[in-house]
Ligand binder design. Structure first.
Ligand SMILES: NC(=O)c1ccc[n+]([C@@H]2O[C@H](COP(=O)([O-])OP(=O)(O)OC[C@H]3O[C@@H](n4cnc5c(N)ncnc54)[C@H](O)[C@@H]3O)[C@@H](O)[C@H]2O)c1
Length: 376
């Protein structure tokens, strides 16, 4: 089939998906897509045969009918898909996104958009060059769609907290998992931990505060994890703990407290948002949101459990980032079918990478980095 069979049609009833990169995250996308109506996975692309085999198994009986490719160019030449999910390693996104953008298909690119702000800017330029009305290009910053975070956002938007001044995000979690060919052990492949992992949190900062970052100051290091590992004679160089402080153009400030040797904890993410009228907290693993209003007096808070009741049983079973990838696909399909624009844009992807890059530069230079130094 010619590439033109990859359409950005807003009226398509059944959406045909291709998954590029069928490792851990590619399979999570498969599980999410399988629960959606009028959705078919028609192609898998991955050079690593065991990843293809796992994805086929996840597809069940549909795994026999799917087209399998080992390279994106051949897949694009054959066409036959409407939407592509790009879930290959971070350092491959820049090169693989180019033929996918040129194919005209709708595209979800996993976070981080690229490993550098420069590469992100190049993809923004390519998207403009290949623009087709109705084509949706989306970045997989799915922490926006975790239920407790969504509730915190609702409090932020309602005005109940007043003028939002401080946002503190703590992620205390387990070390990086083992990945195919160990790509995530080196910053050259990931962009560095504050890009790879923390682009999610920098995206949340902009979204919650509805403001743009002006400068970033960070302190961090690789103190504990992966120091006893070697790959081809090289020891991993990935940061495992950091504090990051971000100033925003509306005067608000945000902090990130990241520790990746802190799995002995109750919540992987704890987010605290304070305005001049009150404070809201999201405890993500517990599924709890706390709200306190200053007018109600000291130490008065209400607690609201946030359940994943909206998730279909298959998604509850697979965990899958608390269902956020499923909600992300629902939102993306709505944009495709209703001919509207992406909720999470390439610009959002660029900004989240640029903030992480600024944080890494700040650690190296021992000084605050103005965002204008990164967004040249
Ligand atoms: N949204 C999230 O919360 C989240 C969580 C985990 C990972 N991710 C992102 O998803 C992406 C994949 O991560 P993962 O954890 O699945 O890694 P993984 O190592 O489990 O899988 C990556 C797969 O991509 C394949 N691949 C490598 N080069 C390729 C190429 N040129 N074409 C096609 N496939 C190729 C590998 O063979 C492997 O099967 C990364 O960008 C990662 O940052 C996002």
């Amino acid at each position: 089939m010619a590439p033109s069979s990859s359409t950005a049609s807003a009226t398509a009833t059944s959406l045909r998906y291709a998954i590029v990169g069928t490792g851990m995250m590619g399979v999570e996308h498969i599980h999410a897509l399988q629960t959606l109506a009028d959705t078919r996975i028609v192609a898998l692309c991955d050079p690593h045969a065991p990843s293809i085999a796992t994805a086929r198994r996840a597809l069940g009986p549909d795994g026999d009918a799917v087209e399998v490719y080992t390279d994106v160019d051949t897949m694009v030449a054959n066409g036959g898909f409407d939407v592509v999910v790009l879930a290959s390693p971070n350092h491959t996104h820049r090169a693989l996104a180019e033929p996918l953008l040129r194919s005209g298909a709708h595209l979800l690119i996993e976070k981080p958009l690229c490993t550098t702000a420069q590469h992100c800017r190049e993809l923004l330029a390519l998207e403009r060059e290949t623009h087709r009305p109705g084509r949706v290009v989306w970045v997989g910053l799915e922490y926006r769609y975790m239920a407790p975070t969504m509730q915190l956002l609702a409090h932020a938007r309602s005005g109940v907290l007043g003028n939002l001044r401080m946002l503190a995000i703590r992620e205390h979690r387990f070390p990086f998992l083992v990945k195919v060919a160990d790509w995530n052990r080196f910053s050259a492949n990931t962009g560095g931990t504050l890009v790879e992992k923390c682009c999610h949190f920098f995206d949340l900062m902009r979204l919650v505060l509805q403001a743009e970052p002006t400068s970033v100051y960070a302190s961090g290091a690789q103190d504990v994890n992966h120091l006893d590992e070697t790959y081809g004679g090289r020891t991993p160089d990935i940061l495992d703990n950091a504090f990051v402080v971000v100033d925003f153009d509306n005067g608000a400030r945000a902090s990130l407290d990241l520790c990746m040797f802190a799995e002995a904890t109750k919540n992987e993410q704890e987010i605290s948002l304070v305005g001049d009228l009150g404070k809201a907290e999201a405890l993500v693993t517990q599924g709890l949101v706390r709200l306190g209003l200053r007018a109600d007096g000291w130490f008065q808070t209400s607690e609201q459990p946030v359940t994943a009741a909206d998730l279909p049983p298959a998604m509850q079973q697979h965990g899958a980032h608390h269902g956020s990838s499923w909600r992300e696909h629902m939102a993306m399909q709505q944009a495709i079918r209703n001919n509207t624009t992406a909720e999470v844009t390439l610009h959002d992807g660029l900004m989240s990478v640029a903030m992480g890059e600024a944080a890494h530069r700040s650690i190296a230079a021992h000084r605050p980095i103005a965002m204008s130094e990164v967004l040249v």
